[in-house]
Write a protein that binds this ligand. Structure first.
Ligand SMILES: Nc1nc2c(ncn2[C@@H]2O[C@H](COP(=O)(O)OP(=O)(O)OP(=O)(O)O)[C@@H](O)[C@H]2O)c(=O)[nH]1
Ligand SMILES: [Mg+2]
Length: 296
């Protein structure tokens, strides 16, 4: 009988804790988008780690948050909650520099999860004070029923090996459920849309990025290159000009950076075209959210 392990492991935590950075460090690919802004991740995404000792399907989730003015916000929390059900383990990702109200919310959900409970104290590169870290560890391991703790800098890749060791040691035996050469369960179209959204979130200010979504209208191979057309939907007419920028400068920058990221991820040359349209109020319209692919 094979001794290989398999399991689904959810990454949960408040917005900005570093879950998606961790998913990318684990898979070695730019599979999830990362920005300094909270609520970057909107949908569940699986990142795969396949080794001789087994396979782990890590499930990245939207950050758990307390503000809920729109249907989209509520759906983010629901998506994160749903991703936690039926998994073999949960990693609570905590920004070790700051414990907030939203960490408290994530901690409550974590405590109620079945399976392996791993506490990951992240961003330790920003916290040289070991005493503070040990204090936090002692307090949280007592309060949340934690099986094990790891210290990470997801940004620098520190502690990744240890996190994998702790999980592989505790996961049940099982056959890999995904092909060994794949790194995600998401389609190339989804990844392409996300890479455009990542650049929009990085280039735009304040509230505009939260009212944006990206739909891929064309995704075709032409010889050795990919032809991709992406439609950017904004929720208010006045945001359209800001997305385009003076003489198209913002859109040009977004396009060239997203195109580069796509070429690297897909290992292929990419021709990318971007268009912008207004779809009033899409963030608060349950039917439109379904249509745009926001499922739990
Ligand atoms: N210094 C430092 N920064 C980090 C580390 N991990 C993540 N970050 C930064 O923290 C910010 C948020 O990272 P994300 O990975 O997008 O966080 P997230 O938890 O996925 O956030 P949401 O998708 O909004 O829930 C980014 O600016 C990252 O570069 C780390 O270990 N050290
Ligand atoms: Mg994220």
């Amino acid at each position: 009988m094979s001794t290989a392990k398999f399991g689904h492991v959810a990454l949960i935590g408040r917005p900005n804790a570093g879950k998606s950075t961790l998913l990318n460090a684990l898979t070695g690919e730019h599979v999830a988008i990362v920005t300094h802004k909270p609520q970057t991740t909107r949908q569940r995404i699986v990142g795969l780690v396949t080794e001789a000792r087994g396979q782990i399907a890590f499930v990245d989730t939207p950050g758990l948050h307390r503000r809920k003015p729109h249907a989209l916000n509520r759906r983010l929390n629901r998506t994160a909650g749903a991703a936690m059900r039926g998994v073999d383990g949960v990693v609570l990702v905590v920004d070790a520099t700051r414990w907030t109200d939203e960490d408290e919310l994530a901690g409550e959900l974590f405590q109620n999860c079945d399976g392996i409970r791993l506490l990951a104290l992240n961003k330790i590169d920003l916290l040289p004070d070991r005493a503070r870290l040990l204090e936090l560890t002692a307090e949280l391991s007592k309060r949340l029923a934690v099986d094990t703790v790891v210290y990470l800098s997801a940004l620098k890749g520190d502690g990744i090996g240890q996190l994998l060791d702790e999980l592989f040691a505790r996961l049940p035996r099982g056959e890999a459920q995904y092909p060994a050469d794949e790194f995600t369960d998401r389609s190339a179209r989804f990844l392409a849309a996300e890479l455009v959204r990542e650049q929009l979130m990085l280039q735009l200010h304040q509230e505009i990025p939260y009212g944006l979504t990206v739909v891929i209208e064309r995704f075709e191979a032409e010889g050795a290159r990919l032809l991709i057309n992406a439609l950017i939907l904004v929720s208010e007419e006045r945001h359209k000009g800001m997305v385009i920028g003076r003489q198209g400068s913002v859109l040009k920058r977004v396009g060239s950076r997203a195109r580069r990221a796509m070429a690297e991820l897909f290992g292929q040359a990419v021709h990318l075209e971007l268009h912008v349209k207004t779809r009033q109020g899409w963030t608060d319209d349950e039917r439109l959210l379904d249509e745009l692919g926001f499922s739990d």
